[in-house]
Design a protein around this ligand. Structure first.
Ligand SMILES: NC(=O)c1ccc[n+]([C@@H]2O[C@H](COP(=O)([O-])OP(=O)(O)OC[C@H]3O[C@@H](n4cnc5c(N)ncnc54)[C@H](OP(=O)(O)O)[C@@H]3O)[C@@H](O)[C@H]2O)c1
Length: 261
């Protein structure tokens, strides 16, 4: 992909990977548009990256996606790349009777329904471009369950499956479909899990996104930076061993939390 001459929409661009993508793509010369729910975080990002274009939009809200589409395609008709990055990850004890039936699927709405709806809304526009791309940000956790965050894992495995199916359906179109299988990295999303992850297991987000951008430039459709490459091999050769590694400390974590409550 020629990123320099691209107009790129990134969901969740105010923090972590989204902010890194925005920073590095602006440095390359791309036109960069970002979204987020929190206007104060969008304003702060605009102060730090004056040439970024910000749009307040919640990816879990279909009406907000329709409105975003109208605004973005009117103001930036050259838009040719969509990066579905916004996401949330929660520790959830499935034995907790206080878990609310509506709230328990919040990550599904953001991490899975969000990208599916964004693609559905933006695909007709992207298909009119000479070259276009969709990049979905999944996770090493798409390759093996992570029992501390059971719903999150389900969303990332679902998004990976959807992304592979989308790639097949779009194979004879100008729209390339990329997947960034991201390993654990030092961002606010990973903070609540730091006790379960040793510091040397967390990748530097700037290196991770630099790897992703290089891969986009070389049309590498499946991107496995850092530990996710090893997870990919383990998920094929020793899935049971990988799951037992990913399950470490789960029982203790939730037993301690129940005892305190
Ligand atoms: N960090 C990791 O270890 C890791 C590993 C693998 C995959 N990932 C994936 O990478 C992506 C980015 O994660 P991150 O670590 O960079 O997280 P982060 O630092 O917490 O940033 C998340 C971004 O998404 C936005 N966001 C959250 N919910 C949103 C919604 N409903 N609508 C629009 N924007 C929303 C946030 O802004 P607002 O809160 O203002 O909306 C923020 O800009 C996620 O899909 C995550 O699952 C992360």
């Amino acid at each position: 992909m020629d990123l320099r001459n691209s107009t790129i929409l990134i969901t969740g661009g105010t923090s972590g990977f989204g902010f890194e993508f925005a920073t590095q793509l602006l440095a390359l010369g791309s036109t960069v548009l970002i979204t987020g729910r929190n206007q104060a975080k969008l304003d702060d990002t605009k102060r730090r990256l004056p040439s970024v274009h910000t749009f307040q939009s919640d990816v879990s809200d279909p009406a907000a996606i329709r409105q975003l589409y109208q605004q973005v395609t009117t103001q930036f008709p050259a838009l040719n790349i969509l990066i579905n990055n916004a996401g949330e990850m929660r520790k959830l004890d499935l034995q907790d009777p206080a878990l609310d039936l509506h709230d328990i699927t919040r990550e599904v709405e953001i991490n899975l329904s969000g990208p599916i709806r964004m693609v559905q809304q933006f695909l007709p526009h992207l298909s009119t471009k000479k070259t276009a791309a969709i990049l979905n940000v999944t996770s090493g956790i798409a390759l093996s369950p992570f029992p501390l965050a059971p719903v999150y894992g389900g969303t990332k495995a679902g998004l990976r499956s959807y992304t592979q199916a989308l790639r097949v359906q779009l194979q004879n179109t100008p729209v390339k479909v990329f997947e960034l299988v991201a390993p654990a990295a030092r961002t606010p999303l990973a903070d609540p899990f730091s006790a379960a992850l040793e510091d040397n297991m967390l990748m530097d987000p700037s290196k991770l996104i630099a790897h992703a951008i290089k891969s986009l430039q070389h049309d590498k459709l499946e991107i496995y930076p850092g530990m996710s490459r090893l997870m990919r091999i383990m998920s094929r050769l020793a899935p049971g061993l990988l799951l037992s590694q990913m399950s470490k400390g789960v029982t203790e974590t939730f037993t301690q939390a129940r005892t305190k409550a």
